[in-house]
Design a protein around this ligand. Structure first.
Ligand code: NAP
Length: 284
């Protein structure tokens, strides 16, 4: 069996066009395109790379992007002060604080300081709580939002399926597990203390993985005919690989996200989507 690919790159291209059209419509109505403010503290190389990607994505759909930088030595009061200013700036529809932050600034500081209606990264406790309850308006972190969108757009139904999420981080594993639950899958969450991981993953009709260890899921750990969603992004030598042994998964599964080109390209596009949604909600 050779699995079919869940092509995130192609879907991201399609969604980028859809978002560009909607952003133009927003601009016609309100005279200003939706916009994000990205906050960068220090000069972490991965943050600099990711911010450049975000800027290109926003420019490509005619949405506004602004970068607010603080030095590495900035204190909690500087960061909170900047976030409060952005919270009350009407032209800023969404705020994203690029991780990682310098060690003396805990991420929870940021999560609590962003206005929930501008929290397009879905990290504020109000958004996380509403996602848990599936009630009211809320924002879902872009990576799991992209994973579930890939499944939806490929017509893969989750209702009644047995889904396993390996990884329980607040940015990927936990929200993805909730999103699958909201789609009426029966969900098991696994993590580093789960004994005999393979006995659980082998039962999964939908297997989602966000661990950050290349090849942690081998071919023998995958149920024949499964749908495999790999969120892992690991640099090995000069290659980027996922958490799943993709070549082995292709022999066993029915659907597989490639790495690169699967969940990765969906993340930026879902951030655009969240900012556009924030702008419509704020304008209503
Ligand atoms: P994280 O915060 O480090 O969380 C990793 C999770 O994996 C934790 O819940 C951990 O369990 C669990 N884990 C670690 N070793 C395990 C093992 N041997 N067996 C089972 N579970 C294990 O990582 P993250 O931020 O969720 O990121 C995970 C991966 O996704 C990384 O490769 C990251 O680069 C990638 N990522 C991709 C995107 C994208 O756009 N596609 C976005 C964000 C992240 P404990 O909770 O018990 O420690």
């Amino acid at each position: 069996m050779t699995a079919r690919l869940l092509d995130g790159r192609a879907l991201a291209r399609t969604m980028t066009q859809e978002i560009a059209q909607e952003a133009a419509l927003f601009r016609q109505h309100y005279g200003l395109a939706p916009g994000i403010a990205v906050v960068q503290v220090g000069e972490h190389p991965s943050a600099v790379r990711y911010i450049a990607q975000i800027e290109r994505a926003f420019q490509s759909v005619g949405m506004r992007f602004s970068l607010r930088r603080l030095p590495r030595t900035a204190g909690a009061a500087d960061l909170i002060g900047l976030l409060e200013a952005l919270n009350s700036e009407p032209a800023v529809n969404g705020i994203l604080v690029q991780m990682p932050l310098p060690g003396h600034l805990p991420p929870s500081l940021v999560a609590n300081a962003i206005d929930p209606s501008k929290d397009v990264d879905g990290i504020h406790p109000l958004n996380a709580g509403r996602l848990l309850q599936a009630e009211g308006d809320y924002f879902v972190p872009a990576t799991p939002a992209g994973g579930i969108e890939l499944l939806r757009r490929y017509g893969i139904a989750l209702a009644g399926k047995y889904a396993v999420m390996v990884g329980r981080s607040n940015v990927v594993g936990r929200p993805m597990a909730l999103l699958m639950l909201h789609e009426h899958a029966t969900v098991t969450i696994c993590h580093s203390r789960t004994p005999d991981l393979a006995s659980i993953t082998r039962e999964a009709e939908i297997l989602a993985v966000a661990v950050g260890r290349p090849g942690v899921i081998t071919g023998e750990m995958i149920r024949p005919g499964a749908v495999v969603v790999d969120f892992g992004i690991n640099v090995v030598g000069n290659r980027v690989v996922g958490d799943v042994d993709t070549a082995a998964a292709m022999e066993v599964a029915d659907w597989v996200t490639p790495v690169p080109g699967g969940t990765g390209p969906m993340t930026n596009v879902m951030l655009l989507r969240n900012v556009l949604t924030a702008a419509w909600r704020q304008a209503a």
